[in-house]
Design a protein around this ligand. Structure first.
Ligand SMILES: NC(=O)c1ccc[n+]([C@@H]2O[C@H](COP(=O)([O-])OP(=O)(O)OC[C@H]3O[C@@H](n4cnc5c(N)ncnc54)[C@H](O)[C@@H]3O)[C@@H](O)[C@H]2O)c1
Length: 429
């Protein structure tokens, strides 16, 4: 379970460093084209598909899989922008919950995993077992059994020479990378504390009055509104604010925390969802360093997404246009836009360049641990207890099985109440 941030950063120069290695795609007897399959093509999947095809002039859209027709239509629309590289005809457009299997079996080289996070461990395992290179969006799972499955898949990927590229996009942003490198190189002295915020509006929230249509199964309905149900999205601390949590990990050199104490609740939500709408997590790190994360998704409230890394000689502010302010309050450094400044594009450029160079990126364990840090904070908030990181790894609760069906009955579990026993639900058919 060890993650080394330096390994992650090395992916930035992967293509050059590994230029002498054999071309993995050629070694696998695949032609010079790279066949890309998209699994889950909503907002982010559409972006990832476009970035993958832009990253390599011989990458083609080969297969599409989505649980809903709208996702397939979106992928077709994006693929058509790439003209003759749009090679996913109707018989390689797969609909339904088993679409991922069909994409993986369709002869693809690379799959882009962009569904809601409940499905990530299952889809990652299937892709790795079949020897397909993977780009996986964050977060990696919604519970610890999912995290452990991702770690197993990452180990398997190593033995099979299969690449796993991660979607923690800020780690690819040139200016943000430079800022964190300065912190990690000790230019500002020791990190004293961290405070990161993700204060925003709700994402695809169930408005009052939106109810499940007659005749539609629980699972199908909840998947339509996946941002509202914990078994699908892990809650906003993990689904959206995981970027902030990940930047805490980054600032701390990706070392393990000791414990977490947290608060939170749902004060704006009186709908059928079961996620919370605000959290505050205090992560305790070795040597008494505290890292705080503030998360909120509420309409009509102050918005702020900023990370502050307080160090002995000053403070680093990120992400985006980052800056360093010294202890006299003077700005001593600002990041500048890079030639390719779009972090999503940098992520895919590096992934495809590494594949071409035969360098097998494997960020699976890093991704799993970064997601686990979010789940750990969420658990501290839900239980109202001080939880130790080492103990949290023994958590075995699995929010939903892999073989879920649209028509399964799956009553929405009540939202957690700190200090009271948790009530869970499971699907049945
Ligand atoms: N890195 C980032 O900045 C960033 C930004 C947005 C979203 N994300 C992540 O990307 C993922 C997708 O988010 P989104 O905003 O694109 O959501 P979305 O709802 O727009 O798209 C999800 C797509 O997955 C499909 N889908 C759902 N379950 C599926 C299954 N089992 N098999 C196949 N298809 C399935 C849906 O039909 C939909 O087309 C999430 O994990 C989210 O956290 C990352």
């Amino acid at each position: 379970m060890e993650t080394n941030r330096r390994n992650i950063l090395k992916t930035g120069t992967a293509a050059t460093a590994a230029a002498a290695l054999p071309n993995i795609l050629k070694a696998q007897n695949t032609p010079d084209t790279i066949k890309v399959g998209i699994i889950g093509c909503g907002g982010r999947g559409g972006g990832a598909l476009s970035q993958a095809l832009s990253a390599d002039k011989n990458a083609m859209l080969w297969a599409i899989g989505d649980a809903f027709q709208t996702g397939i239509d979106n992928a077709v629309r994006i693929g058509s922008r790439f003209k003759e590289r749009n090679q996913a005809p109707k018989d390689r457009q797969f609909l339904g919950l088993d679409a991922y299997k069909k994409v993986i079996e369709s002869g693809v080289d690379v799959v882009l995993l962009c569904t809601p996070p409940h499905f990530r461990p299952q889809h990652l395992r299937a892709a790795v077992e079949a020897g397909k290179h993977v780009f996986a969006e964050k977060p990696m799972a919604v519970d610890m059994p999912g995290i452990k499955s991702v770690i197993e898949s990452a180990k398997l990927a190593k033995t099979k020479n299969v690449a796993i590229q991660h979607g923690y996009c800020w780690r690819f942003h040139p200016g943000t990378r430079e800022a964190y490198q300065k912190v990690l190189a000790g230019e500002l002295g020791r990190v004293v504390s961290v405070y990161g915020t993700y204060l925003s509006s709700p994402v695809s929230a169930l408005a009052n009055g939106i109810k499940k249509p007659d005749g539609m199964g629980d699972v199908e309905w909840q998947m339509n509104w996946w941002q509202n149900f914990e078994w699908l999205n892990a809650g906003p601390l993990v689904e959206q604010c995981i970027h902030t949590v990940d930047k805490v990990a980054w600032a701390m050199g990706d070392i393990d925390p000791v414990a977490a104490v947290a608060t939170g609740g749902r004060s704006h939500r009186d709908d059928q969802s079961n996620i919370w709408d605000h959290h505050h997590i205090a992560y305790e790190y070795p040597n008494g360093v505290m890292a705080h994360v503030g998360q909120r998704q509420m309409k009509g409230t102050y918005g702020d997404v900023t990370d502050r890394v307080y160090c002995e000689k000053g403070t680093m502010y990120s992400p985006g246009r980052c800056k360093i302010v010294n202890t006299d309050g003077k700005t001593t450094w600002r990041s500048k836009p890079a030639e390719v400044d779009d972090m999503y594009q940098v992520c895919h450029n590096e992934f495809f360049a590494a594949l071409r160079a035969g360098n097998i990126i494997n960020t699976g364990v890093y991704m799993a641990k970064s997601t686990a840090l979010g789940l750990f904070g969420r658990e501290a908030a839900y239980t109202g207890k001080r939880i130790k990181w080492a103990d949290y790894w023994n958590d075995t609760y699995d929010y939903a099985p892999d073989d879920i069906k649209f028509t399964d009955s799956f009553p929405v579990a009540p939202a957690p109440i700190p200090g009271k026993p948790r009530v869970h639900t499971q699907p049945s058919r």
